[in-house]
Design a protein around this ligand. Sequence first.
Ligand code: PLP
Length: 350
Amino acid sequence: MAGPTTAGEATRAVVDLRSDTVTRPTPAMRAAMHAAEVGDDVYGEDSTVAALERRVADDLGFEAGLFVPSGTQGNLCALLAHCQRGDEYLVGMDAHTYKFEGGGAAVLGSIQPQPIVHAADGTLPIDALERARKPEDVHFARTRLLALENTWHGRVLPQDYVIAAAAWARSHGLAVHLDGARLYNAAVAGGVCVRELAVPFDSVSVCLSKGLGAPVGSVLAGSADLVRAARRWRKMLGGGMRQAGVLAAAGLHALDHHVERLADDHARARRLADGLRTIAGIEVTAQHTNMVFIDVPRDRLRALGAHLRAAGVVASIGYLPQVRLVTHLDVDDAGIERAIEAFALFRPRG
Ligand SMILES: *Cc1c(COP(=O)(O)O)cnc(C)c1O
């Protein structure tokens, strides 16, 4: 699809607030992909993939990294590497790994999830973790791993909680994995480097294809041993890619050029939330980093979706209990104003 060619067309382009996964590679990113040196990465011969894996491992403070096609596969490779058949992992009831990844750890790894109800701030209370952990006994699955998610619904987990939860896990011999799909958003929001947020963990998976704007890819980072095990699982899962340097180049470009600008997405989400708060009938329930959640009466959701679409605005409606709006690289200030205007013009009957 051709990009907008005139200012007029640009204003009419759809404002897609469903997710930060919808970004398209910028011309500069495409140029970096075009210029990438490649080789067969399954033979370990793609220097661009190797550079990306090194780069993310260094950023996060780990020995090694593994480039995978998706965040789902990064988390799954990590779970398979940490846990054996009959093991259990503690995970948030609404965590992506538990709820939105097809139950992969259970289906493919015979790893039992033990879901934990989140506190309002997204944390998994340590007393709830303590109650859920199984003692060594033939009746029980072996509790092996705690998995956290940061950001969670856009929220940055309090780092003192993360440190305490990881220390609790370690004291019981559990490993700790972070689904850090949006960890760069958390770092930018908190004014810290991602390494600081990654320190408490044994493994961290980050997405390049969310707010960072790459078309494809995630990186799982951890110890050399863990990544070696994960690499074997990646191959088994069909994630061994050949001349993947064209994709890795997009990831490297994103890390060089699209990290600091996440602050713009956060500012636009704030502006969007502020604008929506002035509109009667819409309740903004949360705004964190690049996400805004709103409550709209259930019987108006379909009409709202249709109204927004007609106005050239797309939102994630009916997929989560609340309406979710996500800012990203392909939504500018004018797009935010158009979205606010579209919501303001919504006149539900009744
Ligand atoms: C998107 C996402 C993933 C998985 O990413 P995919 O690349 O879509 O498989 C994992 N965790 C969280 C929190 C996510 O938002």
